[in-house]
Design a binder for this molecule. Structure first.
Ligand SMILES: Cc1cc2nc3c(=O)[nH]c(=O)nc-3n(C[C@H](O)[C@H](O)[C@H](O)COP(=O)(O)OP(=O)(O)OC[C@H]3O[C@@H](n4cnc5c(N)ncnc54)[C@H](O)[C@@H]3O)c2cc1C
Length: 242
């Protein structure tokens, strides 16, 4: 498993509970993007909401309960054509019969002071998730070519400073697919061309925001993580014994 966000952790839970020896290479962000926010209001089962870090911890603990193991490191290279599939973490080589890649997305940043510190605390990147929290409040939407919070009127050139309760960063996303370059078909923006759970490579499955250009929610990521693990289990069961 590559990735320890909602998709990777759900896949790990299903794979481990399905009696597969399961290793999660966590990458730089254990818990994934959701660990960056202090309030998740739309994940089922938490009617009063839950903090992102707590939800992530619960996902991880649930996978650990069934025996999933974790390696806090970043995969640096993979070979999807080899058998077993090979994954490098720096100099260390890992081998797997099946692989689920759930390396997610990274939101683009403006690069202004306070941006990271206030993410999930006034700065938000997901309108579906957080817009409701700013009902009746003043929100600045940064997008469509703007590159500062401070605003410049495109007609007059006048620069003004706007006070706001929230800032929605709508400046785009980068898929975390650099290690897939040369392994799977990517478009010019780095998105995987075939957006499905089945990567087209035997035993390699994809899950979560990585393959989702539309919804990008915790619930949808968990759903595809679950599906990817079930596909991996079925695929492994159908393989001839080695
Ligand atoms: C600030 C913020 C607030 C949000 N709020 C909500 C909300 O309230 N409700 C909601 O439903 N959704 C919310 N979202 C969206 C939600 O967090 C994502 O849809 C979800 O986290 C996607 O899960 P994922 O597992 O597919 O990917 P990610 O969460 O992006 O996780 C990717 C994982 O891959 C790992 N990784 C990356 N590269 C490598 C590598 N080379 N090797 C190994 N591992 C690697 C990372 O470390 C990480 O663990 C929010 C997102 C953000 C940024």
């Amino acid at each position: 498993m590559l990735g320890a966000g909602p998709a990777g952790l759900t896949a790990a839970l299903y794979a481990a509970r399905g009696k597969l020896k399961t290793l999660v290479v966590t990458g730089p962000m254990v818990g994934g993007q959701i660990a960056l926010t202090n309030h998740v209001d739309n994940y089922p089962g938490f009617p009063d909401g839950v903090s992102g870090p707590e939800l992530s911890d619960r996902f991880k603990a649930h996978a650990e309960r069934f025996g999933a193991e974790f390696l806090d490191a970043e995969a640096t290279k993979i070979d999807l054509a080899s058998r077993p599939i090979r994954v490098w973490v720096g100099e260390k080589l890992l081998e797997a019969k099946a692989l689920i890649v759930a390396t997610g997305m990274t939101h683009k940043r403006l690069g202004v002071p306070g941006e990271d510190r206030l993410l999930g605390r006034g700065v938000f990147v997901c309108a579906t998730c957080d817009a409701i929290l700013y009902e009746d409040k003043k929100v600045v939407v940064v997008g469509g070519g703007d590159s500062a919070v401070r605003l410049r009127n495109l007609k007059t050139g006048e620069v003004s400073v706007e006070d706001a309760d929230g800032v929605l960063l709508a400046i785009g996303w980068d898929p975390n697919t650099s290690i897939l370059r040369g392994q799977l078909d990517l478009d010019e923006l780095g998105y995987i061309k075939s957006d499905g759970i089945d990567s087209g490579k035997p035993g390699v499955f994809l899950a979560g925001d990585l393959i989702d250009r539309k919804y990008r929610q915790v619930a949808t990521s968990c759903g595809s993580g679950c599906a990817a693990a079930l596909e991996a289990i079925t695929w492994l069961e159908g393989r001839p014994a080695e």
